[in-house]
Design a protein around this ligand. Structure first.
Ligand code: ADP
Ligand code: MG
Length: 238
């Protein structure tokens, strides 16, 4: 686990500034949700934490290390995307083991970690299956399994549930929260769904056009929205 510090972070694509000096403190073990309308810069910010986008200004810290110039592979993070493409030609076990294999971990350690992650996610009986033989929810669990196996300091989720149907989405919210309660891994979770934010977050960061409008505990935002944007966004149905 590690805290994450985002200090005056800016991002421009060409001459277009999309993130304008954002400051966010994420505590060790905290489950923080970045929420806001489509195009407000959530994914860009998450990708900068992951090192998948360069930052145009400011600092990003993971633990006690400023990671601005650290390549993604050397940041101790694991990311789960909306389009969590599993490798179709690999079994569930191999999908989960793959990144550890790339890192040259010993076979026995990989096996132990895959089995542990499978146990946590209820995937024990599916380890020999291929992705095409799984339901949407099972695939999503495998995608999370790949992240858990790495045992990173920080989980980054980018709208991981948005491809699932409504019923499964609600079930997976609970599963992800239970997972967090169990592992206590610092998590930054992006969604445009205010219900997801209100029900899952320790702390919500409301973004709008590349700035942070407000951050705080769900009830704090609900009871005392800082402005009309937050009031409208948090108060309106998904
Ligand atoms: P969100 O995830 O909140 O929907 P994004 O972070 O994907 O928003 O995008 C924020 C803004 O940055 C949008 O205006 C988007 O068009 C722009 N943007 C994102 N990625 C790129 C890119 N690679 N090149 C140019 N503009 C981009
Ligand atoms: Mg996005």
């Amino acid at each position: 686990m590690a805290s994450v510090g985002i200090r005056d972070v800016r991002k421009a694509f060409g001459s277009t500034q999309v993130i304008h000096g954002v400051n966010i403190d994420i505590n060790d073990g905290e489950f923080v949700i970045l929420v806001g309308p489509s195009g407000c810069g959530k994914s860009t910010l998450l990708r900068m934490i992951a090192g998948l986008e360069n930052i145009s200004g400011g600092d990003i810290r993971i633990g006690d290390r400023v990671v601005n110039d650290v390549p993604p592979k050397e940041r101790d993070i694991a990311m789960v995307f909306q389009n969590y493409a599993l490798y179709p030609h690999m079994t569930v076990a191999d999908n989960m083991a793959f990144s550890m294999k790339l890192r040259g971990a010993p076979k026995s350690e990989i096996e132990a970690r895959v089995n542990k992650a499978a146990g946590i996610l209820g995937l024990e009986k599916l380890l020999d299956r291929y992705p095409r033989q799984l339901s949407g929810g099972q695939r999503q669990r495998v995608a999370m399994g790949r992240a858990i196996v790495r045992d990173p300091q920080v989980f980054l989720f980018d709208e991981p549930l948005s491809n699932l149907d409504a019923k499964l989405r609600v079930q997976m919210r609970t599963e992800i929260k239970e997972l967090h309660q169990r592992l206590k891994t610092t998590t930054v979770y992006v969604t445009h769904d205010q219900i997801e934010a209100m029900t899952m977050a320790d702390k919500i960061v409301v973004m709008h056009d590349g700035i942070v409008e407000q951050m705080g505990a769900p009830l704090e935002l609900y009871d005392r929205p800082a402005n009309l944007f937050v009031a409208g966004f948090i108060g309106s149905p998904a």
